[in-house]
Design a protein around this ligand. Sequence first.
Ligand code: ZN
Ligand code: ZN
Length: 323
Amino acid sequence: MDMVEGRCRICGDSTEILRLTEFNLKLCRHCFVRFFERRVRRALEKHAMLGEGDRVALAVSGGKDSTALLFALKRLGVAMDFELRALHFHLNMGEYSDRNLEAVAAQADLAGVPLEVVRIADLGLRVQRVKGWNSCAVCGAIKRSLLNREARRMEATVVATAHTLEDVLLFSFKNLLSRKHYVPQPVLPATGGLARKVKPLVYTPERLNLVYCRLRDLPVFEDKCPEWTPRGHSLKEVFEHMEEVMPSGKLQLLLSFMEAFPGQEEEDDVPRGPCARCGEPTSRELCAICQLADWFSTRPSRPSEHTPSTCGETEIRAFQDAG
Ligand SMILES: [Zn+2]
Ligand SMILES: [Zn+2]
């Protein structure tokens, strides 16, 4: 985050300013924070993501994206009259998950937002390779299923996730590379017992989330997940290079994808009925949580293992499941 001396385009003050090449703007600290929050609000209003009287369950990981969204939504909730709650999953990955929970609890406290915590160990689950799925995909499937059921328990009308412009762009691009013409939508309407799902940061580059956190002096959890591998993220560099050559290219490309492939859900995403065991909506006989709990109940816990050769591939699935 490079601040330089200059004149703010909005308030006109000569002070330390930040260049936003994506938007051809130079802004002072104060105006950037306002700009960011207005941008999130515009996305909420443009897609009628949430509004008066809604109760929002926001999935928080403690990272820069969900932290920025937590604090921005807290402010917007006052103006737009919705109620905000944070939801965190303790992922049963030893000390990493304990530190993560501590960080998220401190953030929620600072934001003044009630926090719900679900420990996946209590459900007989862990983040570990399963059959054809690597640990990232398992993690995504667990989070996605739990998000739905916890949202219902919290009586939330809306589930919000901090998927960014880059997340949605990468997922769309990977889909197109495998000739699947599907682009994640900013809003998935409530369907088959699932709450409405929204992605308020769908037009916001990750860099801006980090800048927002820094300028508001917000604590961000920066530890890397023990299961993280660089390979699964290498395609993102393609977009960063494009953005350098053509400022705002990422946003323009996503908007083009959205226009070219208007809203449709993937077959797998549409629940067909209740899970035969727990009654949660699912597209199969047993929901993902029940399938995974069965798998883990018959197998001992193993130290974490990576399968880098397949990570890029299965990460697609992970995002899909997180979506
Ligand atoms: Zn200014
Ligand atoms: Zn089930």
